[in-house]
Each structure stands twice: as C-alpha cells, then as structure tokens.
Design a protein around this ligand. Sequence first.
Ligand code: ZN
Ligand code: ZN
Length: 101
Amino acid sequence: MTVVIVVVGLARPSAQVTMARCEVCGNEYDKAFEVVAAGLHHTFDSFECAIHRMAPICEHCGCKVVGHGIEVDSHFYCCASCAREATGGDEARDRVDHVAV
Ligand SMILES: [Zn+2]
Ligand SMILES: [Zn+2]
C-alpha cells in the first residue's frame, strides 16, 4: 500500500494559514496533514488520530499495529509471538530476525 502524507499547513508556507479538520476528533488545526492511502484522502491533526483511524489491528491481541507487523496467510498480527499463537505454527518470524548483525 502506498501512503502519501501531505502537511496541509506547511505545504503553503507563504499563503494564508490553511485550517483543516481532523476526521477522527474534529479538531481544526493549521498543521493538520493529509494521508492518501489506496486512493482515499484522510485528514488528521495528529499521528495518534491517524493511527486510530488507519492502523491495522492485531488479530490475536487486538492492539494497533504501528510498526511493521507481520502477515501470515492474509491475517495481520503485531508480532511473531501473536502470529505463532494464532496460527499454531513456528514459521512466523519478526522481520528483525532476518537482519544480519
Ligand atoms: Zn484528531
Ligand atoms: Zn498482537
């Protein structure tokens, strides 16, 4: 998925301040930003609101997946531990395991 983030206020430094309303909490903020994902535009005043609206949810523990997460058979988990417990397999590994040190 391609995600584009545009900072609405900072994108027009010399023009008048542009206010944008966060679609999660409704806050109007001059430094709101726009996220384009799968062709849809979303406006947020903070990354917290963006995460609330857009982050996938771990199918095992239910937490918001803010990092890389892990995908097994089209199911999304926050970490390899959740993936292993949910799938009963031991093939799920965090990406960090593959990094050569
Ligand atoms: Zn907000
Ligand atoms: Zn989890």
